[in-house]
Design a protein around this ligand. Structure first.
Ligand SMILES: Cc1cc2nc3c(=O)[nH]c(=O)nc-3n(C[C@H](O)[C@H](O)[C@H](O)COP(=O)(O)O)c2cc1C
Length: 210
């Protein structure tokens, strides 16, 4: 199992690219140099995408927790945050991220906040500025919604599902709405509520088998 724990890319100068000093936490790298045994066990590369660039977002916390939970299940996992990433055009940073992380990924986990009844425009901008055939076509996706309201971004996950289907992706049926996330997090970094952890664990187990 991967030993390296979550580390800020711009603190570590990690191995997954984006070495530009101006890059601010574009990419968290848990461990991008997996052993051959790990790769044999899990040939699908998993990447968690934190679907907002809002500083201090709850989505970032939930997304990091998903990475940890996957690693605890023995799945080497890569991590992308949109914070600090210019997704408005195909710049060098985005092309490097695409080449080193997005294209090799087979299974994407989107952690997506609810912004005005949908998913954030910045996530759509990322999608719109990628090479869609290479990055998304034929791959698998898992969706989790995050909101302080009661819906847990149910509607935004449906909107995103429509986009991902257009991109010829296979979206897992278990789309998890995490509502009142502020009450679940209570200002901490991780959700500790046992019922929520159970449904997340079940969702991840299903996606690993998917
Ligand atoms: C631009 C914006 C729009 C939002 N719209 C909604 C909304 O439609 N429904 C809702 O329940 N919460 C809404 N929220 C609150 C988010 O659910 C809340 O901030 C939550 O923590 C997820 O967003 P975050 O990851 O940015 O923190 C909105 C927040 C922002 C910043």
């Amino acid at each position: 199992m991967a030993q390296t724990r979550l580390s800020l890319h711009n603190e570590t100068g990690g191995s997954a690219g984006c070495s530009d000093k101006n890059t601010v936490s574009v990419l968290y790298s848990l461990n991008n140099s997996y052993t051959s045994d790990e790769t044999k066990m899990h040939p699908d590369i998993y990447t968690v995408i934190s679907g907002t660039n809002r500083p201090g977002s709850n989505t970032l916390k939930v997304a990091k927790q998903y990475v940890h939970l996957l690693e605890d299940k023995g799945i080497p996992t890569r991590f992308v945050t949109l914070e600090g990433l210019d997704v408005n055009h195909r710049n060098d940073q985005l092309i490097q991220l695409e080449k080193e992380v997005l294209i090799p990924t087979r299974k994407f986990i989107f952690i997506v906040p609810e912004y005005n009844g949908s998913f954030p425009g910045v996530l759509k901008a990322l999608i719109d500025n990628t090479n869609i055939e290479k990055v998304w076509w034929g791959k698998k996706a898992l969706l989790t919604g995050v909101s302080t309201g009661r819906a847990g971004n149910l509607r935004g996950m449906e909107h995103l599902t429509g986009v991902l289907h257009y991109l010829k992706m296979n979206v897992h049926h278990n789309k998890l709405p995490i509502s009142v996330v502020n009450k679940l997090l209570k200002g901490e970094e991780d959700i500790e509520d046992s019922a929520t952890l159970k449904v997340i664990g079940d969702q991840l187990d299903e996606f690993i088998r998917f």
